[in-house]
Ligand binder design. Structure first.
Ligand code: FES
Ligand code: FES
Length: 161
């Protein structure tokens, strides 16, 4: 076991981990971050997407020991984030989810899209979401929700990268 210390959703978290423990498993078990979903566990589907040191990352293909000292945000810690709040409303309004399994990863990815492109075109949204797989909705509602959120976010509400 190896001692690590991370900041997860604004709180310092110290633990001893098996070097083989993925960041996704660590976050779900040690930080109770159940929004971190596991789909493919190969870095393909995006269900486990989180924020590491200000950039989105796939937690299923990272080892917790490699992230010692990192600052991590999962959807649980982004509840007061204005971009996430708007995205949640837009996903609801535009029918951007059915079972919801992909939704945490979609929201975290969409937040990064809007931070990079505050007024994205549909093509930009579709390309940027290409790494997030949804098994239910067919993507039309998800893309519409991201575009709807961009329209509804007031200037200055999107924090820069
Ligand atoms: S579970 Fe991590 S990318 Fe699919
Ligand atoms: S809403 Fe079911 S996988 Fe996306």
């Amino acid at each position: 076991m190896q001692p690590i210390e991370l900041i997860v959703n604004g709180e310092r978290l110290s633990a001893a981990v098996d070097p083989r423990t993925t960041l996704a498993d660590f976050l779900r078990e040690a930080a109770d971050a159940r929004s971190v979903h596991l789909g493919c566990e190969h870095g393909v589907c995006g269900a486990c997407t989180i924020v590491v040191d200000g950039r989105i990352a796939r937690s299923c293909i990272a080892l917790a020991v490699a992230l010692d000292g990192a600052e991590i945000w999962t959807l649980e810690g982004l509840g007061a984030d204005p971009v996430i709040a708007q995205l949640r409303a837009s996903f609801h309004e535009c029918h951007g989810l059915q079972c919801g399994y992909c939704t945490p990863g979609m929201l975290v990815t969409a937040r990064e899209i809007l931070r990079r492109h505050p007024a994205p075109s549909e093509a930009v949204v579709r390309e940027a979401l290409a790494g997030n797989i949804c098994r239910c909705t067919g993507y039309a509602g998800i893309v519409a929700a991201v575009l709807h959120a961009a329209e509804n976010l007031a200037e200055g509400e999107i924090p820069p990268l």
